[in-house]
Ligand binder design. Sequence first.
Ligand SMILES: [Zn+2]
Length: 629
Amino acid sequence: MSPRFLAAGVLAAVSLTAGCRSTVPVEIERIEASPSTSQTGDPSAPPATDIFEARVEAQAFLDSYASQLQPLYYASALAQWDANTRIVEGDDTNARRVQEADEALAAFTGSVENIERARHFLEQRDALTPLQVMQLEAILYAAAAAPQTVADLVSERIAAETAQSERLYGFTYVLDGEEVTTNDLDRILRESTDLDERRAAWEVSKEVGPTLTPGLERLRDLRNGVVRALGYDDYFAYQVSAYDMTSDEMVALMQQLNEELRPLYRELHTWARYELAERYGQPVPDLIPAHWLPNRWGQDWIAMVTVEGADIDPALEARGPEWLVEQAERFYVSLGFDELPDSFWERSSLYPLPEDADYKKNNHASAWHLDLDRDVRSLMSVEPNRDWYETTHHELGHIYYYMSYTNPDVPLVLREGANRAYHEAVGSLMGLAALQPRFMQAVGLTPEGAAPDPIQGLLQEALNYVVFIPWSAGVMTQFEHDLYAENLPPEQWNARWWELKREYQGIAPPDPARAAVGAPYNDAATKTHVNDDPAQYYDYALSNVILFQLHDHIAREILHEDPRDTNYFGRTEVGDFLESILSVGGTVDGNELLRRTTGEPMTARPMLEYFQPLLDWLREQNEGRTHTI
Ligand SMILES: [Zn+2]
């Protein structure tokens, strides 16, 4: 799950950025070191003394804002943490605490005074330092998530968000009369070859959908209403504006990404149709039935392939779940990062609850930066398998990002990624690195001398990273765009959802009636992000692009290894490179950072190059087969 940033919506679950360290000394030093830009000779520039005063005044405001924000943020994050790690049916104590803490936080970040003062200082932006301007913009962006000019709407939205999360995570899934977890359903979809069993599991996983429809409709209206108070067209436009883009520009960028990867996806889709039809003893379908795929949303198909000599599940099983988290930490430490603080181990919720527990927890993995300082935690349900092995590396990527930009040079409100996609890119990069053949052998997960087929390895990776693009850049982005920007009515949600699934992913529901207008389903809402991390799923698509750019650079320029077979373990040069990206947090422009560190703007080139040998192989395999997308 994406971590939360101040700029991305202060009210949400995960990390609010506030540090206990004062930024005052650093700022004053900077102000004094560059007292004036007017000495460059621009006759229209204000005199140096005015600039100095403007900076000092703005800094006083920024410091005061940060010191008031931090405790409010922490209280909200703590309440959210409890609400996500201890869900007791019929007990609304946590919900009330979240509501109170979030409202207090919203009353501050969205206060009329803060909005007016930030605007006032931005009117003299030429007199301020770039770092001050960035902080003021972040403050205004956060204000738009909770402007107190529409206080009633804001508090209603907070209540609606809490209630929606409880409905989603408190839902009881029942399969064949037995209560099951989503982990159980996922296991069936990964492993079973019995189509009836698969279909039953898939359908059960969607039963939560309709219970979320009224809440999601209300949330859509509230989210749109709240951001309109600060001049945004709708909630989608608001979220996209964090990239300095319009909705149309973001949708166009996602479209371009889909098109660039389409030739490769098309071959994967064809290969999968034939492969799965054979596995289940069925005729080859034009569109892949959703319950044939090893994931509830068809967003990754990794489990379709077992790479001989690279199956790490037995080794993980033998080591147990704790080893996975400890190993992920060892990897980061080997690159030169600090050990995780004791508080991480004491406060995190890392493993599934015991079977007799009388409460539930949110089963979606996430990483939290609760006080924007040293209190970092992760919420997971780690089991010893490949998925969780990758996820532990991913979530610790967020944790190390938090720890790295928690430093005196990064002001509280800029303790976030260089843009939202960076946070995911870093986590996913480490997940990819930890699964490369040479790496797995070095850490003893695959047998000495095992020589897994490189094409099968690439295929498995493509079933993760490439298959994810039509889902994230296509289905999710387009659906949430229509939901918020086009005000799509609920009776059309499921029909639109399956239209997008067909168009981008080439996936069909088990029964076509499910996709009819007015059908009593809400399959989109079974995805957690549609409810509680809304209108920012393109972050993940962009993060995939960035991760291949970073990995390509690390492999070629630092390790001098084939990008398809690297071993980062113990290479502190890689750690230094990563640290140069992580430690600046949100004080730099994301595109600029990419150009500076890798020499290229954002581009899918490294991703396409990485999979080129696979594309050639797939074309051979698919010769004579019919392509249907
Ligand atoms: Zn993540």
